[in-house]
Each structure stands twice: as C-alpha cells, then as structure tokens.
Design a protein around this ligand. Structure first.
Ligand code: SF4
Length: 344
C-alpha cells in the first residue's frame, strides 16, 4: 500500500489509522472563533482529519480561510463544479474529495489534477453505492460495481500521471462495503478510506460500521475511516476511535470501562461519565479508567484499571494503581477523582 500525506497526517502502512469526521452544517460567514473551538474539541476527542462540503465558491472561500488557522487538516468535498476545486486549491486545503466522473470534461479534470499535483494535495476518489455511474446501478454484484466505479476514476488520475490518491467505496449495505474493500485491497495498493455510508442513527450506525470496519481493519485493510452517523461529528469520532482500539489499529488512548448500572448501584455512573467522558478522552494517555456502580463488580474492575471509582454501600471508593487510595462520599467524587488522576 502507498503512503499519502494529508496535511501532517500520514496514511498508509506503518501509520495509525486516522479518524475522520465531516462537518454537518453549511459553511457560512458565522463566528469563526466558535467554529475553531469546536474543531479543537474534535481534535481533543481523537479526530485527525476534518471534511467540509464545499458546494459553491463562497463556501470554498470560507473553507480556504479556515484551513489557514485550523488545528486539524481540512478536506474539501466537491462535486460537479471544477472551479470550486480549483479555488480550494488556492488555499492550504489538505485534501480534496472529488469524483473525476462528475467533474465534467477531460480538460476540467486535467486542470484540477494538475493543480492538485503542483500543490502537493492528494485526492480521494469517493465512490458511493447511492451515486454509481448509470451503467453500474442495480448490478447483481454491488461490491464489484463499486470497485469498477473506483477503477474508472483511478484510470483517469493514473493516465494523467497522478498517484497521490486514496479510494473509498462506501455503501449503506455493510456487506457490500466489506466485500468491496476486501476485494479491492487484494489487487490494488491505493490507501483505503473506510466507512459504511448512510448508516443510520447513532446506535444502528455504530453497529453497522463496527461490524464491517472491524473485520477490514483486523485484516490490515484501511488507512483512515469515517463512521457516518445521523448524529454529531463528536460521536462519529468517538465511535471511530473505539472501533480502531478494538481492532488494535489506532493510536494509544484512554480506555473507559464502566458498568451499565442497575438497581443495586449506589454510585451515579451515568452522571459521572456525562461530566467526565470528554475530559477523559481528551487525555493523550494510554490508560484504563473504571467507573462502577457498586461492590458486586466494582472493586475488581477498579483494581485492574489505572484509576477507578466504584460505589460501595453509601460510599465511593477510589483506586489508583490497583490499590484503594480514598473512601469518600459521592459528593466528593469529582474533586477526589481529579486529584488522583493528576497523580497518575
Ligand atoms: S457493578 Fe453493581 S451497579 Fe453496576 S451493573 Fe454491576 S451490579 Fe449493577
């Protein structure tokens, strides 16, 4: 597999699989400060690359200016109009996603590819099962149809001497996504951007992506991923990093173990995690944190974590490094946990 550089992020063999998400609102002339704060938060949660739709020239301008100050490499997602791609390439955009097939004439594609090449900007060929070329729609072999669509686009770039590209083949059918990527990886060396597209709301979307992507990642397939959800970019990032952690293909990070809580629980696990989850995931540390409701399973899990807190009767017990360090009231939980976390 080849290596492709997206901003400072390297994608390909030997590098951690990068997590991507996509901005969900249209880019307008709103408050760039607030936008940057949210981008910073996505980065803290584990996002490596962020994509924006650029449906017109004004959005390309806004995206381009944002790319100059963004803490994450930004990708422009462009369809139909080659002038938008050309304008984006005037700015420090880290990658463009196009389908040469819908950009128009050969001359227009050549102009975009030449400029991307001059600027050192890679291109993602993004094949989507919902927008295949007319002659490939409804094929008996949907995975094969996506591969054929990708190969046509690759041919366009290759004949122009452009090799700095990634490929994605996404379907809302997780089996077709799985099979297309597996078959493609067996014969091509282009880095793959993985994802089940239009996967649905939070829970079904995560389940479908986890099943398909974990299989591919475990086979060594995939250089980057996006978990598409009808939900927030933050949840897409968290889902992506958990799938990578399960497949052992991501960067080290915090692993949270927590119990579902039941009628026995004295400690408010859900409330504690609602307050702490983002802060914990933003820690750039390879540690396990246990948050448990009661003495049934709590002490063992907390003992085996780097830091743990568990209910025990009407008290809470804090563990660090396998030992009990404090026994406290629930009201003291946040303060004491913070103190003990700082001692790790
Ligand atoms: S640890 Fe205790 S509170 Fe949590 S699910 Fe198990 S039995 Fe219930």
């Amino acid at each position: 597999m080849r290596v492709v550089k997206v901003g400072k992020v390297l994608l390909g063999p030997g590098y951690p699989v990068a997590v991507q998400t996509m901005w969900k609102e249209p880019l307008g002339p709103g408050d760039p400060g607030a936008l940057l704060v949210r981008i910073g938060r996505l980065k803290a949660l584990g996002c490596d690359i962020l994509r924006f739709a650029a449906p017109d020239l004004p959005s390309a301008e806004i995206l381009g200016r944002l790319a100059r100050v963004s803490p994450l490499p930004l990708v422009a997602d462009i369809h139909f109009d080659w002038r938008i791609a050309l304008r984006c390439l005037d700015f420090p955009i880290a990658k463009i996603r196009i389908n040469p097939g819908n950009i128009g004439s050969r001359a227009k594609v050549e102009e975009v590819v030449r400029k991307a090449s001059d600027r050192g900007v890679p291109i993602r060929i993004g094949v989507n099962g919902g927008s295949l070329p007319q002659d490939l729609r409804g094929a008996a072999d949907p995975a094969g149809a996506m591969i054929s669509a990708a190969e046509r686009e690759m041919d366009v770039l290759e004949t122009l001497g452009f090799k700095d590209y990634l490929v994605s083949m996404k379907s809302s059918d997780m089996r077709a996504t799985l099979e297309a990527n597996r078959r493609f990886a067996a014969v091509h060396d282009a880095p793959l951007h993985l994802g089940v597209t239009e996967a649905g709301p939070l829970i079904p979307g995560i389940v479908k992506n986890a099943i398909a992507l974990h299989s591919l990642l475990s086979e060594g397939i995939g250089a980057t991923l996006r978990v598409s959800l009808s939900d927030t970019p933050e949840n897409e990032v968290l889902a992506g990093r958990e799938i990578l952690a399960a497949a052992k293909r991501g960067r080290p990070g915090v692993n949270i173990i927590s119990c579902p809580r039941c009628g026995r629980g004295g400690f408010d696990v859900h409330g504690f995690l609602a307050r702490w989850q983002d802060r914990l995931y933003a820690l750039d540390r390879d540690i396990t944190v246990a948050v448990m409701g009661c003495a049934v399973n709590g002490p063992e899990e907390a003992r085996h974590a780097d830091i743990g807190i568990t209910g025990a009767g009407d008290r809470a017990v804090v563990f660090r490094g396998g030992k009990i360090v404090r026994t406290i009231s629930s009201e003291e939980a946040d303060t004491v946990f913070e103190e003990e976390l700082s001692r790790l």
